[in-house]
Write a protein that binds this ligand. Structure first.
Ligand code: ZN
Length: 131
């Protein structure tokens, strides 16, 4: 059941939930509900034996997939790459992609997309440690 729900939103932060990941099904995009301005993030699941119903690529955005549980394959420019819980896959915008669940349990993943080449500061160059 896809049940993305906004729990709290202020000018400074937003908190949402998709509920228990073990019973989550489908895909939930969080940009609109959280109000993100530099990235889109989705939580997705694929049932055993199922695939994303289309291949796609992007105009500007690279994607990073983090596999939370299950096993599957990413088809990247026609080449199958096995993934499982803990796999982290970065895909350049122009690469054709699809994902299939190959195991007996759902493939659960997070997909983060952001404009390729737009990251100017990060971690220690952007973070400010407060006393
Ligand atoms: Zn995509």
């Amino acid at each position: 059941m896809n049940k993305l729900e906004l729990q709290q939103s202020t000018d400074g932060y937003s908190i949402a939930t998709v509920g228990d990941l073990s019973s989550f099904e489908g895909k939930a995009f969080v940009k609109d509900i959280l109000g993100t301005t530099s990235m889109e993030l989705s939580v997705g699941t694929l049932a055993p034996g199922s695939s994303v119903p289309f291949f796609h690529h992007h105009k500007q955005n690279e994607e990073v997939y983090v596999v939370l549980s299950g096993t599957g394959v990413f088809i990247l420019d026609g080449k199958e790459k096995a993934v499982s819980s803990g796999s982290i896959v970065r895909i350049a915008p122009s690469v054709s992609r699809n994902t299939r669940c190959t195991g007996n349990e759902p493939l659960v993943y997070i997909c983060i997309q952001g404009k390729a080449g737009s990251l100017e500061q990060y971690t220690l160059t952007d973070g400010v440690v407060e006393q």
